[in-house]
Design a protein around this ligand. Structure first.
Ligand SMILES: [Zn+2]
Length: 492
């Protein structure tokens, strides 16, 4: 008897704790005592089948998969929320949440002293060497400020002042920006300015690329601007030893190149291309030779435009980085991977070669993702995500499909994908948006980041959980890539 009583107690505990797990689950906020400066927050989670939910006695709509997403306003200071789950008016479980709305600066400790700009004596010339590859040259001395260009390691820069942890750097009279001090070494002060000279400009080609090779006697900063039918390429701190002239006509995909050296020592190359659009480019130093690599327009098969093209697919997040969580606690990283694998199949059926930056639930850093996509000279880089929102936003107002790009020349690719997806998936138009995300910053491959739908909008979430929707998403992206290539490449 004693034994069976113990068994009953254990059984009771098991049932009790099991039903507890099967009941009200709050996925967001992830922890009690959440702090935010936003004027509202949303509760995201799920209830037991057939339950009703009340938050501070207000009924909450329960969606498919027993999920809920509920926006609540916040007063300044502590806000207490009581979440009550009921079946047939009988209370099942109650959770209490405290959310604190902080003042905007309450979170930060004592504000740091505002750094002051120190300008150097203009009669002396201060120089330094960049030591980190891909060092951002920013508009302001702030790590979130806009990137104006990037500097290769070994580049000589002229420093005109400093502020906080940044050097103010001048390329020429109207081109200034900021570089982090710890990316610069070999600081020296000279009595005269330093200039580099262009000794030779050559062109070269292989199956996929045209190369413009510029011999300098010192590595100087450069900047590339995309224009209608080509690129404008500026190299700073150059002796005026090249007369303004055309230096090349009709080579590979290059229509012509002209050069001009201005009085403030900037050499500008105007590169006119035969292509309708840019198919990607990159630039870097090989010793003191500056190599600009421009992808040739692909020649594609009329009926199978993707045949033979290499496409890199990037399933967002993975491993310890779960991405966003939906109301029933499905990970964004799993949804991204599933869509990506379906897209791989679609593209391979269309004859494309596919590279995956991850093929399982493993963690891959952003720089490794970029590195892996470069290995096989992919033409496109497609990063697949599902979206979420910060505190203060309303998931019922902001949801749907968006595609992000960084380089202006990639807008039309991003927009083609978004339009095709809206057409096939009937999601809300959440924009074709420019953003400085690390994975889409490279100018080769042509890179976009797709936010298929939102994890925290109940209707979008139901879509994402539906395999048919994920298959349709993959088909839609494949169709968009076919259209884009067919409309812009040359046809065999
Ligand atoms: Zn994501």
């Amino acid at each position: 008897m004693k034994y069976s009583l113990r068994f009953l107690i254990i059984l009771f505990i098991l049932i009790f704790s099991h039903s507890d797990v099967m009941t009200l689950e709050v996925v967001y906020p992830a922890k009690n005592n959440h702090k935010t400066s936003a004027p509202s927050i949303f509760f995201v989670g799920n209830v037991k089948k057939g339950s009703e939910l009340f938050i501070n006695n207000e009924p909450v709509k329960i969606w498919e998969h027993n999920s809920f997403v509920h926006v609540v306003p916040l007063n300044k200071g502590e806000n207490t929320f009581t979440l009550k789950e009921k079946i047939n008016n009988k209370e099942q479980s109650t959770l209490k949440y405290v959310v604190t709305r902080t003042g905007k600066t309450n979170n930060a400790k004592k504000p740091a002293a505002v750094p002051v700009l120190t300008c150097y004596d203009p009669v002396t010339y201060h120089y330094g060497l960049v030591v980190t590859d891909n060092t951002p040259f920013r508009q302001q001395p702030d790590e979130n400020a806009k990137r104006l260009t990037h500097l290769d390691s070994g580049t000589m820069i002229r420093i005109t002042g400093e502020k906080g942890g940044y050097y103010q750097v001048s390329f020429c009279s109207d081109e200034r920006g900021w570089v982090k001090k710890n990316s610069v070494i070999d600081y020296r002060v000279l009595k005269t300015p330093v200039f580099s000279a262009i000794s030779d400009i050559k062109v070269d080609e292989d199956k996929y690329f045209n190369y413009i090779k510029i011999d300098l006697d010192m590595q100087m900063p450069y900047k590339i601007q995309e224009i209608e039918n080509g690129l404008v390429f500026k190299i700073y701190g150059i002796q005026k030893n090249y007369a303004d002239r055309k230096i090349l006509n009709n080579f590979g995909n290059i229509k012509n190149i002209a050069i001009n050296t201005s009085s403030d020592n900037t050499a500008t190359l105007f590169i006119d291309l035969k292509n309708k659009i840019l198919w990607g480019y990159s630039c870097g130093y090989e010793g003191n030779m500056l190599v600009l690599k421009i992808r040739k327009e692909p020649r594609v098969n009329k009926n199978k435009p993707l045949k033979g093209l290499t496409i890199a697919l990037d399933a967002g997040h993975g491993g310890k980085d779960r991405g966003a969580a939906g109301p029933t606690n499905i990970k964004e990283s799993d949804i991204n991977l599933d869509i990506t694998l379906k897209l791989k199949k679609e593209l391979e059926k269309s004859g494309a070669k596919v590279i995956l930056t991850r093929k399982d639930d493993s963690y891959v850093s952003l720089s490794d993702r970029i590195e892996r996509s470069r290995e096989k000279n992919a033409l496109f880089f497609i990063s697949v995500h599902a979206n979420a929102l910060p505190d203060g936003a309303n998931p019922y107002k902001k949801h749907g499909t968006s595609v992000f790009y960084y380089h202006d020349g990639v807008f039309s690719l991003a927009d083609t994908i978004k339009k095709q997806m809206l057409n096939d998936l009937a999601t809300r138009d959440d924009g074709t948006n420019k953003a400085s995300f690390a994975v889409i910053r490279p100018s080769m491959p042509l890179s976009v980041l797709i936010e298929t739908a939102y994890m925290i909008n109940p209707e979008d979430y139901s879509r994402l959980l539906d395999e048919k929707f994920r298959i349709k998403t993959a088909e839609s992206i494949r169709k968009a890539l076919e259209t884009y290539v067919f409309e812009n490449a040359s046809i065999k």
